[in-house]
Design a protein around this ligand. Structure first.
Ligand code: KG4
Ligand code: ZN
Length: 341
């Protein structure tokens, strides 16, 4: 089965072709980062309009790369939520229109299920069951995964998502958008131990997260340094390292707890923050305590992309699931409400 996947939930137009037997045939992405950078964050209306511009050229590009023609496509999968409604509607309308014209089924995919299954595109994919840490710009969740659509939420963030904390912290330190890769880049030159930041909510039981206090702590530290006349690049790097270390340690502590609680020994990390190399390393070391392994996608499939949507859609389409003709998207959509396959 050949599935065309479309991703338009936020500021990335992603398109891919996934074949159930041959694997990923082609993927293409247009990132709107430059468009939104001057505003320090995503402007929803600009995002929607840009998705309209990019969608068809990207579809033509993946068809050409894969050496396929539109009449070979068996189904269209698109991100139906959660995300920015206007942006989602672009992908949903394109998908439904093309599927109708080609006489093939369309299926709305849950964006976070796409992220969660992205490591399945790699050579050594994880086997069910496992614990998943979903860390993106909009979500921080620990989930027990027993199969596709068999998700039990173990804990989530009570306020900012991990990626959001990176982005907001970067913004208040005058760094570019998106903040995650910027902070990671500065942290590489940071002095270990110069600043030590708190690890929120690790001193009490439970699997909930809270990152907004850490953001304020970072702001206060940066302001104090500046008041003392130190706004040097090195200090910025040192603060970036302390912030990143606190987030990574907090996530590692909670993942260890989730593995102990579930008795599982394999961990999947997915979403934009799973591209962070310190996080990967810290979790990899922690997993050796469990004789387990940490699984993640290649960096370009950690952040938003069409391949994860084509893959997740393909699994559900193969099981006979598909949508009606209506164009339905959801800004909010709990992942544990998805049907099992
Ligand atoms: O999954 P994603 O592309 O979009 C959402 O579904 O939200 O995640 C984007 C988030 C942004 O907050 C970005 O700053 C963060 O992932 N991110 C990172 C890194 N790369 C992207 N955070 C930390 N370290 C990175 N290397
Ligand atoms: Zn995402």
């Amino acid at each position: 089965m050949l599935v065309l996947g479309l991703e338009t939930s936020c500021d990335e137009t992603g398109v891919a072709l996934y074949h159930s037997e041959r694997g990923l045939l082609a993927d293409a992405l247009f990132s709107q980062i430059d468009l939104h950078r001057v505003y320090g964050g995503v402007v929803p209306e600009l995002a929607s309009r840009d998705h309209v511009k990019r969608m068809l050229p990207l579809i033509r590009e993946v068809l050409a790369t894969a050496g396929c023609t539109a009449d070979q496509i068996d189904a269209v999968a698109y991100t139906a939520g959660p995300g920015l409604v206007g942006a989602l509607l672009v992908g949903a309308s394109c998908a439904q229109a093309m599927a109708f014209a080609w006489g093939v089924p369309a299926l709305g995919v849950h964006h976070m299920e796409g992220h969660l299954l992205a490591p399945m595109l790699e050579e050594n994919p994880p086997a069910f069951p496992f614990v998943a840490l979903l860390v993106s710009g909009g979500h921080t969740q620990l989930v027990r995964v027993d199969g596709i659509g068999q998700y039990s939420l173990l804990g989530e963030s009570l306020d900012d998502a991990a990626g959001e904390a990176f982005d907001k912290t970067a913004k208040l330190m005058g760094l570019d958008y998106p903040g995650g890769p910027e902070i990671a880049r500065l942290a590489e030159r940071g002095t270990p131990g110069r600043f030590v930041f708190p690890r929120p909510m690790t001193d009490r039981p439970g699997l909930e997260f809270s990152f907004s206090g850490l953001k304020t702590f970072t702001l206060n530290t940066w302001q104090k340094c500046r008041d003392e006349g130190d706004d040097s690049e090195q200090t910025r790097c040192d603060i970036a390292l302390a912030f990143q270390h606190a987030v990574v340690q907090t996530l590692t502590i909670k993942c260890r707890r989730a593995l102990k609680q579930t008795g599982l020994k394999n961990l999947v990390i997915a979403g934009g923050v799973s591209a962070n190399s310190d996080l990967r390393q810290s979790l990899g070391e922690m997993l050796s305590e469990f004789n387990g392994q940490v699984f993640y996608a290649r960096p370009k499939f950690c952040t938003d992309n069409g391949a994860m949507i084509a893959y997740a859609g393909c699994q559900r389409l193969k099981a006979g699931q598909h949508d009606g003709l209506g164009i339905v998207v959801q800004a909010r959509w709990p992942m544990d409400s998805l049907p099992a396959i």
